[in-house]
Ligand binder design. Sequence first.
Ligand SMILES: [Zn+2]
Length: 442
Amino acid sequence: MSDAWWCEHAWVDGRVADGVLVTTTDGVIDAVEVGRPPTGTCLQGLVIPGLANAHSHAFHRALRAHTQRGGGSFWTWREAMYRIADRLTPQSYLALARAVYTEMASAGITAVGEFHYLHHGPGGVLYADPNEMGRALISAAADAGVRLTLLDTCYLTAGPAGEPLDGPQLRFGDGDADRWAQRADALRSAAEDEPHVLVGAAVHSVRAVPAEQLARVASWAQAYDAPLHVHSSEQVAEVEQCLAAYGCTPTALLREHGVLGSRTTAVHATHLTAQDIADMRATSTGTCFCPTTERDLGDGIGPAPALLDGPGLFSLGTDSHAMIDLLEEARAVELDERLAGRRRGTIPAARLLDAATFDGQQALGWTTAGRLEPGARADLVAVDLASVRTAGGGATAENVVFAASAADVTDVVVDGRTVVTDRHHRLDAGRALAEIIGEMWS
Ligand SMILES: [Zn+2]
């Protein structure tokens, strides 16, 4: 099926072009022509490629505004997160994730990387299909109209000294990496006929996967040429525990066991040594920063300039969904850097826009997404330049990255299918979230 979209302005070849006609066949861009008169479906504002949310735990959305009361740390926040995790069923997870992914679609996110570790029933009892929770996420993404990279997460222990899982954590565990791989194989088969899904792998962290099991997860991802993600160096305590257990940093441990590489994304990468950064660069390992979560949890500020320089990808994620706004994640990388370094303008808006789109899509394995060019997936996201936030800022990357918010996304096209029109998605995510989350906290 052929379609044509005319964009008042569009982000093409790293700059803003005017009067851009994008023609597609079966969800793939045939041509991008600049300086053309309006025809086909007209998109006002500045059209950017699809935003990629490279790090999500869908169920954490239920914590928003509930865990902002009182003080504490990442570790006290985690207790509240475990309480929610313990209440979810495949049915309630489908309903919650469908609404969360709809919130993402409305924010211009066309692909999400779901770091999925809530595999089993309470007490660790397997469902009739051990991938029932994963299949709920696949259905949720289809209903919301976004692509899903389901990063099936290996989670085996409660700490780097091999402490056994306990309480709500029992739902996360597969016993050992071989059994994790068997289940992940079955999930890949289940997702084979789902064009909106890629199945990748994840190591939860060096706390949750013992060193001798890391290579099994890495080899699984390598065998399928699949994305491999890992939480790494988010917390000072995590680094200290790793040093105590193994005598090296998480990054060094991951490198030693073959986890780092160009298909790998280290999520957070907040507390890195100079040697860690050298290891990341030497292996072309990607990084995913999640600034709104990192600020919400009081994690710290990672070394963005050193990592943005490449050669690895630099992607962004909304992680715990304290908010779902990739533009806020993008600007936060530069604004956090200003606070930390007391200097303005280290990272250009164009680089941040690329991180939020192209780098993120690549980190999730959608290799032909993230740019408006022939042969690319037809993901189009129109950003309003006439709202109270953006009016007067002009058709520039700076206006989109530093002034616009998710609320300024008016139209979203994913693989050539219109998912959001004039800020309207066919599903009422607000109502669904109120119902499901209200029930979970009752
Ligand atoms: Zn995470």
